[in-house]
Design a protein around this ligand. Structure first.
Ligand SMILES: N[C@@H](CCC(=O)N[C@@H](CS)C(=O)NCC(=O)O)C(=O)O
Length: 231
C-alpha cells in the first residue's frame, strides 16, 4: 500500500482527510501544495484533480479528490471498525447527510465568513455572518434531534471529522459559539476524547489564527476567482 495525500496543512478539507488517515492508522506521504504561489493551478496538478483543489489522495495510482469522497473511500477500503462509516443503510444515510450538510452549508458559509476574509480582500459582512449563524443553528438542531455524543450518534464517524474541522475555523478567529450549546459541548468533548485528531486540527488552527492576525499577501497567486492582496 502506498498512500500519498496532496494538500495544505491549514486547509480544512485536507485536515478532515488527515484525521481519517490518523484514525485508521494509515501511513502516508504528505505532499504540501504551495497555495500562495498557485502550485495547484498548474497543468501538472490538474492531472491529479481537474478542479485544481486540495486535497487529492493517491492510493497506488488511484487518484481521488473531494474530501467527502476520500473519507468514504478510506473508511470503506481500510475499515477499522463497523462504526466509523456504518454499513446499516439508515445509519450510513445520516452520516452521508451530515457530510452533504457540511459541504453545502456548514463549511460553505463558515468558510465564507471566517476564512475567505483572511486570505482574500473580502469583508466579514452582515450577510456572511448571518449565513454562518444560520448554519450553526441548523447543526445545533441536528444535535438536538439525535441526542448522541457525536454528530450522528454515540460513536465517532467520518462526519465528525468534517464538522469538527469546520467548527475549528470559528475558534481560529475567536468566534464565540456559546449560543450553540450542543455544538460547543460536542466540540469540547471531541478535543478531549480524540487528542491525536485534535492535534491535527490545533496545528491548522494555529496557522489560521496567525494569518487572521497577519493577513497573507499572495502577490504571486493569480487566482481565477478570488481577489488577493498584492501588497
Ligand atoms: N469540495 C472540496 C473543496 C476543497 C477546497 O476548496 N480546497 C481549497 C483549499 S482549503 C482549495 O483547494 N481551493 C482552491 C483555490 O482556492 O484555488 C473538498 O471538500 O475537497
Amino acid at each position: 500500500m502506498a498512500l500519498t495525500l496532496y494538500g495544505v496543512s491549514d486547509g480544512p478539507p485536507t485536515m478532515a482527510v488527515m484525521q481519517a488517515l490518523a484514525y485508521l492508522d494509515l501511513k502516508y506521504k504528505f505532499v504540501t501544495i504551495n497555495y500562495a504561489i498557485g502550485e495547484h493551478m498548474t497543468e501538472e496538478y490538474a492531472q491529479k484533480n481537474p478542479q485544481k483543489e486540495m486535497p487529492v489522495l493517491d492510493d497506488n495510482g488511484f487518484f481521488l479528490s473531494e474530501s467527502n469522497a476520500i473519507l468514504q473511500y478510506l473508511a470503506d477500503k481500510y475499515p477499522k471498525n463497523e462504526t466509523l462509516y456504518p454499513k446499516n443503510v439508515q445509519a450510513r444515510a445520516i452520516v452521508n447527510h451530515r457530510l452533504c450538510f457540511n459541504l453545502s452549508t456548514y463549511y460553505r458559509y463558515i468558510c465564507e465568513y471566517a476564512l475567505e476574509p483572511i486570505f482574500f480582500t473580502y469583508e466579514r459582512t452582515q450577510l456572511r455572518l448571518k449565513r454562518a449563524l444560520i448554519a450553526l443553528e441548523h447543526l445545533n438542531t441536528y444535535f438536538s434531534k439525535l441526542g448522541g455524543k457525536y454528530a450522528t450518534g454515540d460513536k465517532i464517524t467520518i462526519a465528525d471529522f468534517q464538522l469538527a474541522t469546520t467548527t475549528m475555523c470559528l475558534e481560529a478567529i475567536n468566534c464565540d459559539i456559546s449560543g450553540y450549546p450542543l455544538i460547543q459541548r460536542w466540540y469540547n468533548m471531541y478535543k478531549v476524547e480524540n487528542p491525536t485528531l485534535w492535534r491535527i486540527l490545533e496545528h491548522g488552527m494555529n496557522q489560521l489564527a496567525y494569518f487572521e492576525k497577519n493577513p497573507p499577501v499572495l502577490a504571486s497567486l493569480d487566482h481565477p476567482i478570488h481577489p488577493v492582496r498584492k501588497n
